[in-house]
Every structure is written in C-alpha cells, then in structure tokens.
Design a protein around this ligand. Structure first.
Ligand SMILES: O=C(CO)COP(=O)(O)O
Length: 244
C-alpha cells in the first residue's frame, strides 16, 4: 500500500454557519484525492451534513473519555458528531496551551480508541531552525507525540514549521525534503507499515506553490490553513495534489 494523498484544511477559529457554503463547493467538485476539512467544533455536526465525500475532523480533543474538563471536547464526542479525523499537537496549541509531546500522545491514544484518524503536527520554531536544531526537534517530537498504537490506517503526520504558518514564508524544497525523509525513515524503523503513513506539509501552502511542494519526495499532501477557507483557493490546491 502506498501512502494515500490527502488535502486537509484546518479552519482554525474561523467559520460560522454561512461558511458551510465553501464546504458545499468543495464537496461538489471532482476532487481526485482524499479531502478533509476540520472546522471549529461548533460546526462539525452541520458540516457532516454538507460534506459528501469530504471527511470532517476536529482540531483537538481531550485525552479523557469524559469528565470535569470545562470547555474541552472528547474524542468520543467528535466521533459522535460525525468526525472521522482529529488534528493533534498543532503548534498553536503547543504554544498557546503549553501542550507537550506526551500530552499529544495521550490524546492520540484516546482518539484511536474512539475510532478517529489522528493528524499529528510537528515542526520547529524559527529559533530552532536558525540554531541548526531542526532535525533533532523533529526526531524528539515524533518519538514523543506518536503513540505505539499508531498505524498507517489511523495516523497522518503533518510537518508544519512554526515560522511558516500564516506568514507567507515557506522552507526551501530541499529543507522540506530533508525533514520529510527523516520522518519517513523514523516511521519506517518504528512501525511495520511506517512507509505507508501519509505525510503532509503545512505552512503557507497556496494555489501558487502547491504543485511544487507536492513534487517533493515523501510529501503526500498538505495541511492548509488560510487557503482552505475559500473553495476558490482550496480547490486548485486539491487539483495540484490529485495531479502530482
Ligand atoms: O497551520 C496551518 C495548518 O494547520 C497552516 O496555516 P497557513 O496555511 O495559514 O499558513
């Protein structure tokens, strides 16, 4: 089995009911590869009714099944709302909420138990890249954030350099290739089906740079923020992936 291609959109804290028109437009296309949209939790149930072949995911979940965790959402709740995927360990959660690799792994275990596919995010800060620590950071985050129950069927890894998110800056193709090769090598050594895990790149992916990024070895798709909010931007990214 080869890794599946996946075009994933992370709407972050954007989207009201009216935004589902964008999802309708994506669902109505001939997409030619797997597509996932992760709207805010408030929209998941409504999004599922609009999604057609497009998968719907959450943006985070709690590691516990239920309990006194005001404001949090469990993996079972996401599943119950119709989600099939959940993003975990996004750098905005690692930075804003102090999430650690160990916590991300616990959430991933809970998500897999609930039957969700996890999209586990890793990536270096600008200071870490400037300090020559990128590959060490990636290796540490992979070892700590990806649980032993991960398989190619229940896990997707997204490499998102923190300094490339929402900035319009992207690493060079060689820099992306170097990190993706390390991720592939690490997963292949640790998991029997590690060669089949879908690997995404994320950070300022746009219609204009998507084709070039999808030609990089071991890049099987993208996790797209801003450009996933409008079907007119996300559609050409999906097409570039389908054509890659
Ligand atoms: O963080 C991201 C996706 O999770 C990337 O965001 P942008 O595509 O807006 O840079």
């Amino acid at each position: 089995m080869a890794p599946k291609k996946l075009a994933a959109g992370n709407w972050k804290m954007n989207g009201l009911t009216a935004s589902l028109a964008e999802l309708d437009a994506i669902a109505a296309r001939e997409n030619g590869c797997d597509v996932l949209i992760c709207p805010p939790a408030t929209l998941i149930t409504a999004a599922v009714a609009h999604s057609g072949e497009v998968a719907i995911g959450g943006q985070d979940c709690h590691a516990a099944e239920s309990g006194a965790h005001t404001g949090d959402v469990s993996a079972a709740m996401l599943r119950d709302a119709g989600a099939s995927h959940v993003i975990l360990g996004h750098s905005e959660r690692r930075t804003d909420h102090g999430e650690t690799d160990g916590q991300v792994a616990q959430k991933a275990i809970a998500a897999h138990e609930a039957g969700l596919v996890t999209v586990i995010c890793i990536g270096e800060t600008e200071a870490q890249r400037d300090g020559g620590q990128t590959l060490d950071v990636i290796a540490t985050q992979l070892a700590g954030s990806v649980p032993d129950c991960a398989t190619a069927a229940n896990t997707v890894i997204a490499y998102e350099p923190v300094w490339a998110i929402g900035t319009g800056r992207t690493p060079t193709n060689d820099q992306i290739a170097e990190v993706h090769a390390l991720i592939r090598e690490t997963l292949a050594a640790r998991f029997s089906d590690g060669n089949d895990v879908t690997l995404l790149y994320g950070g300022s992916v746009k219609p204009g740079n998507a084709g070039e990024i999808f030609d990089i070895p071991h890049v099987n798709g993208a996790l797209v923020g801003g450009a996933s909010l409008k079907a007119g931007d996300f559609g050409p990214i999906i097409d570039a992936l389908a054509a890659a």
